[in-house]
Design a protein around this ligand. Sequence first.
Ligand SMILES: Nc1ncnc2c1ncn2[C@@H]1O[C@H](COP(=O)(O)OP(=O)(O)OP(=O)(O)O)[C@@H](O)[C@H]1O
Ligand SMILES: [Mg+2]
Length: 301
Amino acid sequence: MSRVQPVVSVRNLSKAYPLRAWWGGKGTVFRAVHDVSFDIAPGETLGLVGESGSGKSTIGRAVTMLNPPTAGTVAFEGTDLATLSPRALRRMRSRIQTVFQDPYAALNPRMSVGAYVAEAFRLHRPDMNATERRAAVAHLFERVGLDPAFMGRFPHQFSGGQRQRICIARAIALKPSFIVADEPIAALDVSIQAQVVNLLQDLQADLGLAYLFISHDLRMVRYLCHRVAVLWRGRIVELAESDRLYEDPRHPYTRRLLAAVPLPDPAAERARLAARARDEQADGLPGDLVEVAPGHWVADH
Ligand SMILES: Nc1ncnc2c1ncn2[C@@H]1O[C@H](COP(=O)(O)OP(=O)(O)OP(=O)(O)O)[C@@H](O)[C@H]1O
Ligand SMILES: [Mg+2]
């Protein structure tokens, strides 16, 4: 897909969750993600969009090995993560970070935010002493637009946007080359969302970061992402450069997603959703991806 070595290379990734049969019979599995493949180049942002339950977070957690895939491979800078020892995986994971939707849940309410960011160094940088850690944390606070004088404060003393900045400071502390951002702005005030997105862009330019950016916000995805993958029922149905995808969507699901503006009248909205369900029934399951133009992949339909 790209000429340079990708930071992340995902091949035929599937994730099935066991479904426990309540009647005591043999449990079956729910296939949340099925046969997904993509690369992300250094410094690139790949957007991942799709309706709720389509498997976006499952892919994000599989790629970082927080919740490993049931099939397929994830290679990070050319190394298959499944082949690493637990110790080597821990070391490698310092270079793969995640930023979540809810920064308050990620933070420890009883730990000062400075100590929280410093924890990254305590866990992974035994060579640093307390003074060095403090200086490094102060530098990170400045880098994400927070006053280092606030290092001793606790999470509840910050706004949502500031808390997300703290999580981002911790995510970049160990100089990762890849960050999974799972709905990082969805819980923030609209007025704050652009600031956090701009921070992510600045950090990408400075540090050469690659992002997997998971979002419901199709406008923000177009603005931020170089390429976009559209997920439907656990499968990629379309993948293309952002402008191309938005200007020339080919898969019926992508078209519906881009056209999906909820209607204010409940009866009209019910009718719209029913029509969409009928369309989806008629479409059947998406097939293999076909390259319809250079870099533009569409599932057979
Ligand atoms: N631990 C789990 N056990 C069983 N099923 C799960 C588990 N985690 C997720 N699922 C199911 O897998 C599917 C995909 O979930 P996932 O959280 O990846 O979706 P998503 O695209 O991130 O949705 P959202 O936009 O709501 O965050 C859903 O149907 C969900 O119910
Ligand atoms: Mg999710």
